[in-house]
Write a protein that binds this ligand. Structure first.
Ligand code: ADP
Ligand code: ADP
Length: 225
């Protein structure tokens, strides 16, 4: 059972915007939804947990890793899908995943094939593995992003507003992929779409103006909105 713990995390940007105001929370294995309107501080929180930026104060732990002081330890077990589509070279999904797996140090070809096939299957891209990722639709690219971050079997997976701009069918396919991987990882989904959280998450919190407003089961929170 993995656990992520945040203790009194605060961040004020140089322009005076208080993006995170004393945020404390415990997140366990499964699908966690971080809901909040634009400007709430979601991306700031996601980037902070992903060690891409430093808070002004507070502590963050993933199990026994002190994230703010052991960045490299965290990065080895992190999968992070940021908020924009990637630009990809003209290579098939399968070839690109093999390449990324090699970059991550998987030099044994049989082991690499096993993890690449797993990533393609979980993300429902196996049937289109020979197509160029550059020609994928937005939703397929998002699922490819998930396939890519599964290659090092991360403990913690962070996806920032992944369904923005997806059509309903693709959104559904994407949420199903998250549901599948949520069974054996901590997955944090940041979104402003209440239905994403309602459909998927076992636990949730609402962020507004940098403050964590509530932290409870999705259905109760949705009734409160
Ligand atoms: P910090 O206080 O973390 O050093 P900065 O004020 O130096 O942050 O800004 C870091 C980057 O974020 C800059 O490239 C800046 O252009 C960009 N930025 C500034 N204001 C905003 C904003 N309101 N939303 C998103 N990005 C912003
Ligand atoms: P969300 O992801 O929920 O939309 P953000 O974390 O992007 O929220 O932004 C929270 C607040 O901090 C907003 O008011 C935003 O304009 C501001 N902000 C975000 N990044 C920066 C930055 N680098 N510099 C200054 N202000 C920022």
């Amino acid at each position: 059972m993995n656990q992520l713990r945040l203790l009194n995390v605060s961040k004020t940007y140089k322009n005076g915007v208080k993006a995170l105001d004393n945020v404390s929370i415990e997140i366990n294995s499964g699908m966690f939804g971080l809901l909040g309107p634009n400007g709430a501080g979601k991306s700031t929180l996601m980037r902070t947990i992903a060690t891409l930026q430093q808070p002004d104060s507070g502590e963050i732990y993933l199990d026994d890793i002190d994230i703010l002081n052991q960045k490299m330890e965290l990065r080895k077990v992190l999968g992070y899908l940021p908020q924009s589509f990637g630009v990809y070279p003209k290579l098939s999904a399968e070839k690109l995943l093999h390449y990324f797996a090699e970059l991550k140090g998987l030099s044994n070809k049989a082991e690499r094939k096993q993890i690449v096939d797993y990533a393609l299957e979980v993300t429902n891209l196996y049937d289109v593995k020979n197509k160029h990722v550059a020609g994928y639709s937005g939703g397929m690219k998002q699922r490819f992003g998930i396939a890519q971050l599964l290659l090092n079997n991360p403990k913690l997976i962070i996806v920032d507003e992944p369904t923005a701009g997806l059509d309903p069918a693709e959104r559904h396919r994407f949420l199903n992929v998250l549901r599948e991987i949520g069974t054996n990882h901590i997955v944090i989904l940041s979104t402003h779409i209440v239905d994403d959280v309602k459909e998927l998450c076992t636990d949730m919190a609402i962020l507004n103006g940098g403050k964590l407003l509530c932290h409870k089961k999705p259905i109760d929170a949705v009734l409160d909105l």
